[in-house]
Design a protein around this ligand. Structure first.
Ligand code: NAD
Ligand code: AKB
Length: 314
């Protein structure tokens, strides 16, 4: 991997993955691609406007920029996807197909595609969820993630296109806002707590979900990208775990730093959360490429409070 395109590079994960990759490969060798143009485009350069549903445009971007690898992050997340399932199908499934076809036709060396705990469904065992288990998600987002996992295996076995990915839990971070998921409460809540405002949580207080702090999310996907192919039994379906907590447990931890009021008003997102696991068995990732997380809930909250206070000027 020498020249990399990051699709959806302006999103929550891209905003932190891009600086990491630029530090490693050089600024000019990591091209940010997104459907929206940033206001501060001069700071983001090299940047291209790209709709991942347009295969020809992806092929041109790969050729014109002499790209050999891609992190494909462009997607519609779970909550936004249930508000507009047709858009989620279009971007997440047709867009992924366009990316894989462009990768196959141009001979990309590697494509990284994040999956999600949304690949699981109500019939999946909820605790210590195994890597290889029942995948019957009920959201369009989850269906697109299972499709991606299967297509990654297909393109590898049929064409030798090296497509890999992890099943991210909810990602918590302070640099860029989350993009419309069921786990977004676990980021939003910090802003309300630190400003001393009352937070209305859209999940129940006991809705336990697997979560991960952004530095571990970046570590996981880049470790997997660099792992020797011969060590991998799985492809784009690696469970990875770091912590699991409920909104109530997160509130208790944040209250060690600031006091704030919370009320719980579960909405349609509770049903999505109910269909996802509470905790994850990540032994395959540990065995095949040496995964282990650095942050637990306590160290994540401490770091979030410190960095967000600085960011908000508090
Ligand atoms: P995000 O919503 O923050 O960012 C997605 C980006 O994709 C946005 O910048 C958006 O403008 C762009 N985009 C949307 N449609 C596009 C299109 N047609 N063409 C090009 N760009 C388009 O998402 P994220 O949180 O950064 O997630 C990145 C990847 O990680 C996704 O595949 C997501 O499913 C996965 N993931 C994220 C989480 C999480 O908690 N953030 C958890 C599990 C998996
Ligand atoms: C979402 O809630 O949609 C994402 C995810 C877990 O995939 N954060």
């Amino acid at each position: 991997m020498k020249r990399i395109i990051v699709t959806g590079g302006l999103g929550q994960i891209g905003s932190e993955l891009v600086p990491f990759l630029r530090n490693k490969y050089g600024k000019e060798n990591v091209i940010v691609a997104d459907i929206r143009k940033p206001e501060n485009v001069d700071e983001i350069e090299p940047f291209i406007t790209l709709d991942v549903r347009n295969e020809e445009a992806i092929i041109s971007a790969i050729k014109e920029n002499d790209v050999d690898a891609m992190y494909h992050l462009a997607a519609i997340l779970s909550a936004k996807g249930e508000e507009n399932p047709q858009l989620a199908f279009d971007v997440n499934i047709k867009g992924l197909y366009a990316v894989l076809e462009a990768g196959r036709k141009t001979g990309l060396e590697r494509i990284m595609i994040p999956s999600s705990i949304a690949a699981f469904g109500p019939e999946t065992p909820k605790d210590n969820t195994p890597n290889d288990t029942i995948l019957k998600p009920r959201t369009m987002y989850g269906i697109s993630k299972v499709t991606g996992e299967l297509l990654a295996l297909y393109y590898w076995e049929k064409y030798g296109l090296d497509v890999r990915g992890v099943r991210y839990p909810g990602i918590i971070s302070w640099k860029a806002p989350p993009g419309g998921g069921t786990t977004d409460y676990a980021v939003e809540i910090f802003y309300y707590a630190l400003k001393g405002e009352k937070y209305t949580c859209f999940l129940r207080e006991d809705a336990t979900l697997p979560m991960m702090y952004m530095p571990d999310a970046i570590k996981a996907i880049t470790m997997l990208a660099d792992a020797p192919a011969e060590n991998l039994v799985h492809r784009a379906d690696f469970n990875i775990a770091a912590m699991s907590f409920s909104p109530k447990e997160l509130v208790e931890e944040i209250r060690k730093y600031v006091d704030f009021e919370v009320e719980y008003k579960p909405d349609y997102r509770q049903k999505i959360a109910d269909s996802w696991p509470r905790s994850i068995d990540d032994s395959a990732a540990r065995k095949e490429w040496g995964w282990n997380p650095d942050y637990n809930m306590a160290s994540m909250v401490k770091d979030m409070v410190k960095n967000l206070k600085k960011k908000l000027g508090l």
